[in-house]
Design a protein around this ligand. Structure first.
Ligand SMILES: Cc1cc2nc3c(=O)[nH]c(=O)nc-3n(C[C@H](O)[C@H](O)[C@H](O)COP(=O)(O)OP(=O)(O)OC[C@H]3O[C@@H](n4cnc5c(N)ncnc54)[C@H](O)[C@@H]3O)c2cc1C
Length: 454
């Protein structure tokens, strides 16, 4: 029988698997997480009684609806939780799960692999107590833990406000929200953000809730450093409206939006292109997610778009796969395309309102750690680029310095590396080079003495 493999059980993957499971195909749904949900609908660890209704407030209804749908989908398909797809070759995905390895062939592959946090390296960003914004939110949703007692949320992302509000709801203290984008930039992006007034309204309510609780919010600030000895104790920043500030804290949640997880698409032979608005590389697709080579890309892994856009694009990708296999899909394609276009317009506004501060790479001190896995500094990368005769080739810089060669395989330092390299040869507008993917895309367990069976 025809087999469609879906990677990712977040909003995009579950929506795709739902559509596919109603057609005459075998569906294998794989996710490295223990439970469906992805990032947006992340559920608490099993056995943990977390009050998700209180934590999510108005968003709880969509969380509950998603998990009801996911339970039904996972019961209808070949669902493989806690399973990492570490490679794609020759129309098969390669898996590793709890002590065994396997390859699964496919006739069509839907990649719904989501995104990870994007960070600009700064002095002190590797201090204990400094978390990525998404990481800070993940420990709260997954484990019910706060990263500290007095937390600063900083960077540029709508998630700053959402995560800060969730920390307050969970009983945490928010020392400040330090947003590096100016309020005027947000106002300028308003026409695009009005494409999804409901989502915009939620964001505004989060800002208002923080103000009501007396949380200081700085717009257009420059974060100069995270300070501390054994762990972070303050954020030093400069705001256009005040003298330089030190905000005392015992933890920091830091991020500048998201970057799509494109490794599997690249391994499968898809072309990646640079998106100048979001300043990330994305797989080249048609409006329904066709990326060539029987690959379909949905959700944040194709274009950062949020949970609603992920679900719509998952349905469209599934419909495209079924259409190409000569099968019908129960999807209103025209309405879904219109809805996705509207949500993507909203995200274009969000990307402009919460800008990635790539130009800051030029001002970073040589001593700042760029690659935290391999402990490579900005200065070492600059020295490597200086030997490249005016070319900012990040893959050569990686070979020379080991930047991006560690455990995260450049997923966290890659964006900063591209900007530092670009700044060496003429500026931010050149920050378009990217690290090439390597197999396995994430670390794999190894058996030294033969037997890998469970
Ligand atoms: C850390 C983080 C927190 C976020 N929090 C929120 C929030 O609170 N509210 C909000 O509106 N938006 C949030 N977002 C944005 C939100 O994630 C998305 O817009 C939405 O979840 C995207 O859905 P998706 O299905 O495309 O991807 P995701 O929800 O990210 O799901 C992708 C899934 O693919 C799996 N996966 C990826 N690679 C592999 C692989 N190689 N092998 C096996 N499985 C794999 C992952 O485990 C994951 O479950 C967050 C994003 C991040 C990165």
């Amino acid at each position: 029988m025809t087999r469609v493999v879906v990677v990712g059980a977040g909003p995009a993957g579950i929506a795709a698997a739902d559509v596919l499971s109603r057609a005459a195909v075998e569906v294998t749904l794989i996710d490295e997480a223990e439970r469906p949900g992805g990032q947006y609908h992340r559920a608490p660890a099993s056995g943990l009684q977390l009050d998700m209704r209180r934590l999510l407030d108005a968003a709880h209804a969509s969380y509950a609806a998603f998990h009801a749908q996911a339970a039904s989908v996972c019961a209808r398909v070949d669902y493989r939780p806690a399973t990492l797809v570490w490679g794609v070759h020759g129309r098969a995905v390669h898996l590793a799960a709890r002590g065994f390895a396997q390859s699964v062939g496919y006739d069509a592959l839907v990649l719904a692999t989501g995104a990870t946090d994007r960070v600009m390296p700064l002095p002190g960003w590797t201090l204990p107590g400094v978390f990525t914004l998404g990481g800070a939110q993940a420990v709260l949703k997954d484990q019910g833990c706060l990263i500290g007692r007095r937390v600063v949320f900083c960077g540029s992302s709508p998630l700053l406000y959402l995560a800060a509000v969730q920390y307050l709801r969970a009983g945490g203290k928010v020392a400040a929200v330090i947003d590096t984008t100016r309020f005027a930039e947000k106002l300028r992006a308003l026409p695009d953000m009005l494409a999804a007034p409901g989502v915009l309204g939620q964001g505004l309510r989060h800002m208002a809730a923080l103000k009501r609780r007396g949380v200081p919010i700085l717009h257009g600030a420059t974060i100069d450093a995270f300070e501390g000895k054994a762990r972070v104790s303050a954020v030093r920043c400069t705001s256009p409206d005040s003298a330089p500030l030190r905000v005392a804290c015992d933890a920091v949640a830091y991020g500048h939006g998201l970057r799509p997880e494109t490794q599997l698409a690249e391994l499968a032979g898809c072309t990646l292109r640079f998106d100048p608005v979001q300043r990330v590389h994305v797989p080249e697709t048609d409006p329904d997610g066709r990326a060539g080579h029987a690959i379909y890309v949905a959700g944040d892994g194709g274009s950062i778009g949020g949970g609603q856009a992920a679900a719509v694009s998952g349905r469209l990708a599934a419909a495209a796969a079924l259409h190409d296999l000569g099968l019908a899909a129960d999807v209103d394609v025209a309405a879904s395309r219109a809805s996705l276009a509207r949500l993507r317009r909203f995200q274009k506004g969000v990307a402009a309102a919460f800008r990635w501060p790539g130009e800051r790479a030029a001002a970073l001190d040589d001593a700042v750690i760029l690659c935290r896995c391999e402990n490579v500094t900005v200065g070492e990368v600059r020295a490597a680029i200086a030997l490249q005769d005016g070319v900012a080739d990040v893959n050569r810089a990686k070979a020379a310095t080991r930047c991006g060669m560690g455990r995260c395989q450049g997923r966290f330092c890659g964006a900063g590396l591209a900007e530092v390299a670009a700044a060496c040869v003429g500026g931010h507008d050149h920050g378009r080079d990217r690290l090439r993917v390597q197999t396995p895309i994430k670390p794999l367990p190894m058996a030294l003495a033969g037997d890998l069976s469970p």
